[in-house]
Design a protein around this ligand. Sequence first.
Ligand code: FAD
Length: 283
Amino acid sequence: MIKRRFAYQAPSTLDEVLAALAEHGADAEVVGGGTWVVPEMTHGARMPAHVVDLRNAGLAGVTESNGGLSIGAMTTYAELANDSRVVERAGSLGTMAAGITGGAQVRYQGTVGGSACYATPSSDAPGALVGLDATMNLRSASNSRAVAASDFFKGAFEADLADGEVLESITLPAPMAGARFGHYKLKLVESSWPIATATCVVGVDGEGKITAARLAVGGVNTKPYVVDTSSIVGGPIDGGAAAAVVEAARSSATDPYSDVLASGEYRQQVSGVVAKRALLAAA
Ligand SMILES: Cc1cc2nc3c(=O)[nH]c(=O)nc-3n(C[C@H](O)[C@H](O)[C@H](O)COP(=O)(O)OP(=O)(O)OC[C@H]3O[C@@H](n4cnc5c(N)ncnc54)[C@H](O)[C@@H]3O)c2cc1C
């Protein structure tokens, strides 16, 4: 039960959402799917005077955009996992969404935008978005701006999101020619949160050679990071490429995150393995 009274509104347009946030400032809390915010309000960790719910503001859904995709911030994991365009053009995001634990309730209620804005280091979505070179589209009552996902995640529980700002949508670029996608997450048991994740997209030509690659590791550092894949371009996806990404992923694990699931040292150790498995999943 939430013990403190609060005013609640669920505006039917984004403009009304933004006006409400501008009016109430730091006293207002945005609610997406509510799977994080509502439990925190129940525990008394957050006690907003005004709750602005995004559910009616038209921010859910996937549309095609310049050969890529535009994903509304309120799109749920279930919608992502079941959308054939996501599977075809951003397969690692679909795999990520299908693999969220917490059961049907979290997959049908939790949103990709809520996960991004909360910026939990061990969440699945931030690393997947960085791996796909996503752009985060932000709006406030007075401004709109677009930020690369790799800049949006600033640290543990810290996103580039100002007071009064809302994540409206996420844009994914058109996939590279011959794109193959891989997503891998390491977790303790089937129902637990990830310890480390990796998301990979590789372009492969008719001879099986890598023409371009982008690989990101999540959960290891306090924010997702992009692994240098330049040394594998031009060659096949083989043991040599796998060994190269192991080394590159480990060498960039310089700001490791610790929590109850794993120490930073352990996360550093496994960063190379998850990167390799994402590459092999793409192959
Ligand atoms: C039992 C359980 C298991 C889980 N397992 C996993 C797992 O395996 N992997 C994983 O990655 N995650 C997991 N999660 C976390 C889940 O992914 C998040 O709770 C969910 O994605 C958050 O989305 P939401 O829409 O419910 O966010 P909310 O709870 O509504 O909001 C989260 C934060 O983001 C802000 N916010 C939300 N939407 C916006 C927006 N559009 N613009 C600006 N700010 C916004 C809110 O103000 C709040 O600060 C689990 C959660 C539960 C409860």
